[in-house]
Write a protein that binds this ligand. Structure first.
Ligand code: GDP
Length: 301
């Protein structure tokens, strides 16, 4: 239900337009496919993905001898799920049986990183886990305080130092605290902006090294948070972070705020990194595990 509500805009713009197209055409011809391409590109499915999808659709339509546009819809949904599932990477989170599971969050300011940490902490706590938060964004004014607000809201302790301190030192403290308090999960915030990109990436590498030294096998996940409403721009950011931070999964926020939810598919296709969660609102319950079948079928239902 939450999924359906949160995707209302995309459903209208994407699936709604596909439905209109199907109603408009009597037969499946070249013109039909051209218009379909247009709809998919407008929904931010991504140019390469659209071309591949439409090529495969044409083949499948021929193979199954489909004449009625209404029958193409099922093929579209099947192919969209297939394209998503063809990408590599592990879908669920890599959670350790014996904690702490360390998850590092990266992404530029404003994408919803802090909110996502709060929401995810809430999920884990609801499942009976002990969660600690590391206030590793020591750069942005107010970031520590904002994380503390989320910590109080969901019932997670925040490990912090003062603004401007070394994030690697904060994370070091948090790792010690996680061990001594037997925490199951440690969620580490990081800065989204330093004076320049090279600085930001260097800082992330340093934080990662501290984690690697303290907990063998950690970080268990590096989650890149991206804002769905920024469309193709999100992809550019993702490419930069992918190299520097060794991203293992994407959290795509604000999917409720865009009609171009097809961005999920372009991200998957172009980066080969799974989308692990999607943000569907500002409240603590508004985070859903991303399930490609639920997503695609939910759109076209
Ligand atoms: P940060 O700078 O990356 O830590 O971003 P914040 O967590 O402060 O979030 C920036 C804004 O986006 C806040 O107003 C959040 O409430 C909002 N936000 C975060 N996630 C979502 C989401 O999934 N949907 C919507 N509609 N808003 C979100």
């Amino acid at each position: 239900e939450k999924f359906k509500e949160g995707l209302a805009k995309t459903r209208q713009n994407f699936a709604g337009k596909v439905n209109d197209l199907i109603a408009k055409y009597r037969k499946v011809d070249e013109e039909f496919f051209e218009e379909l391409e247009e709809v998919l590109i407008q929904a931010d499915v991504g140019f390469d993905t659209v071309l591949e999808l439409v090529d495969e659709l044409k083949m499948e339509v021929k193979r199954r001898n489909i004449k009625d546009p209404a029958d193409v819809k099922d093929v579209i949904t099947e192919k969209l799920v297939d394209i998503y599932n063809a990408g590599g990477g592990q879908n669920g989170l890599n959670i350790q049986e014996k904690g702490p599971t360390v998850i590092l969050f990266v992404g530029v300011n404003g994408v919803g990183k802090t909110t996502t940490i709060g929401k995810l902490a809430h999920r884990f706590i609801r499942d009976g886990k002990k969660v600690l938060l590391a206030a590793g964004d020591t750069f942005r004014a107010g970031a520590i305080e904002q994380l503390e607000v989320w910590g109080r809201r969901v019932g997670a302790e925040v490990i912090k130092q003062k603004e401007g301190s070394d994030p690697a030192a904060v994370v070091y403290d948090a790792l010690q605290a996680a061990r001594s308090r037997n925490a199951d999960i440690l969620l580490c915030d990081t800065a989204g902006r330093l004076q320049n990109k090279a600085n930001l990436m260097k800082e992330l590498e340093k934080v990662k090294r501290v984690i690697e030294r303290q907990v063998p096998g950690a970080p268990h996940e590096v989650l890149l948070v991206l804002d769905a409403t920024t469309g193709q721009n999100a992809l550019v950011q993702a490419k930069q972070f992918k190299e520097a931070a060794g991203v293992t999964g994407i959290v795509l926020t604000k999917l409720d705020g865009t009609a171009k939810g097809g961005i999920v598919l372009s991200i998957r296709k172009e980066l080969n990194i799974p989308v692990k969660f999607v943000g569907l609102g500002e409240k603590m319950e508004d985070l859903e595990v991303f399930d490609p079948e639920k997503f695609v079928y939910g759109l076209f239902e």
